[in-house]
Design a protein around this ligand. Sequence first.
Ligand SMILES: [Zn+2]
Ligand SMILES: [Zn+2]
Length: 280
Amino acid sequence: MIITPINPSDRQALAKLQHSVDFLLRYQVPARIPQSVPAKKIVNCRHCKEEFAVTQPQGECKHHSGKLERQGNDLIYTCCKRSNGAAPCARSTRHVYSQDNAAEACSIIPFVTVTKTPKQAYDALALDCEMGYTSLGSEVLRLTVVDFVTEKTVLDVYVKPKGQVWDYATRYSGVTSEHMVNALSLEDARAKLINMMSPQTILIGHGLDHDLVCLRLAHAAVIDTSLFFPHQDGLPKRRSLKVLAMELLGRHIQADDQFHNPVEDALTALHIVKQRINRV
Ligand SMILES: [Zn+2]
Ligand SMILES: [Zn+2]
């Protein structure tokens, strides 16, 4: 492995963009290993918002499988193209949930952090995970990492979840049970990432709070594009990567009829950061 070092002016610019630990923690980014608290047994379904017990997910789940997206003055569901408030277009026989609270997530699968500096470590990496829903909440199904300098993909592996899979979210993730045949464990996939990093390696991404919680990776050097360009209603609402890609880069990503491409998503966050440091 030969790592091309970042140029000093980019390194300085990135250091300026890095969020403080306090800021990251305020927005649920696990900048340090959280203190574990027992996970809630009653949760809200990610799809239909209804409450259910994690041990009893069976039930009629009526929902929209897509997101609400602004089109002119209207909010339109990406799934069925109907407007906000329209009757749900999808139904399933099971609710799903996401374990977004780092302290609770910690009680289910423990966190690690980067402690060692290998002989060679990347200065900055862009990261994107595809997730699915399991009996343990949201879990990583695919981990993709792109080098800031060369923009080459340096890691792209499928990850086998620990819980019983409820939904591969294939419509977005592109992942199916077939990808699980040669998938790595979370620990092995994460170790591949950690082996390329030092505690100072800057991780770049969009909505990294969710990726890092699912990876159970605490890290303090983070640039999260979702925290740079707040939603008009203010944080914690965030603007989607898709919208930012169009506005800032004039790039159309995540078409409604396509799987998310994690390489493209990681590169998009990376290019938004590069555009920003060139402006500074
Ligand atoms: Zn719909
Ligand atoms: Zn539901």
